[in-house]
Design a protein around this ligand. Structure first.
Ligand code: ADE
Length: 226
């Protein structure tokens, strides 16, 4: 999979995309992430990427030319499955969307900044608009990092034990059961006996029961979503 991220502040993406599992996924050749600085596609001495909104009002709007120049350069090099715009008024991101995007070959993710982007980019280029929650961030970069992380960890071979991505919270619409590691007792707080029993079938049943219980208590809406 290849993801091209378009931004006016590439520095924000540096660490989240190149550290830990996402960094290793790229080193192993499982994913390629390319960050493009939109300023490099802007004209003039100041390489302006934003301008005042027509009709007045506070804040600046990302200009159409640098964004379109960058998109069209990428599109001339390969075909993209989706051109995603990160914005608070997009469709709410969830595991189902992450699963479906993880099967794509090439994605472009455009990060909004300032007051947003010129609406004509949304009308003529964007194929999918994603929000990571009902709150407003200073820009789409952290949201793009969240989406990239959720997608890339699902690619086979990225997480060493593939089981572990399949048993995540939200796969099967269930939250994950509680987990424990050594020591088996700390300050008198004991790990449930069943996990130490070595009885695989009983442990699997216990984990499923715990997942259902946790989901009923914390996110009953997931159980109604059939
Ligand atoms: N840009 C600003 N806020 C955002 C959000 N909640 N989700 C995605 N992109 C955003």
């Amino acid at each position: 999979m290849r993801i091209d991220i378009l931004t006016v502040v590439p520095e924000v993406l540096e660490s989240p995309l190149n550290t830990s599992i996402l960094g290793r996924a790229q080193q192993k050749g499982k994913a390629e992430i390319h960050v493009h600085n939109l300023r490099e596609y802007a004209e003039g001495k100041y390489r302006q990427v934003d301008d005042y909104p027509f009709g007045g009002g506070a804040g600046m709007v990302m200009m159409i030319e640098p964004v379109v120049k960058c998109i069209e350069k990428l599109q001339s090099e390969r075909q993209y499955d989706e051109l995603i715009y990160m914005c608070p008024d997009g469709e709410r991101f969830n595991q189902k969307t992450a699963n479906s995007l993880s099967l794509k070959e090439n994605l472009i993710i455009l990060c909004g900044h300032y007051k947003g982007i010129d609406e004509r980019i949304r009308e003529h280029f964007i194929t999918k608009e994603i929000s990571i929650g009902d709150y407003v961030l200073t820009g789409g970069e952290l949201a793009a990092a969240v989406v990239s992380d959720a997608i890339i960890r699902l690619i086979p071979g990225v997480i060493s034990d593939e089981e572990s991505a399949l048993s995540d919270s939200f796969q099967d619409d269930l939250l994950a059961p509680p987990e424990y590691t050594r020591p088996a007792e700390f300050r008198g707080w004991k790990v449930p006996d069943i996990l130490l029993s070595g009885h695989a079938k009983n442990i699997e049943d216990w984990r499923h029961d715990q997942a259902v219980k946790r989901t009923e208590e914390r996110r009953p809406d997931l159980l109604d979503s059939e």
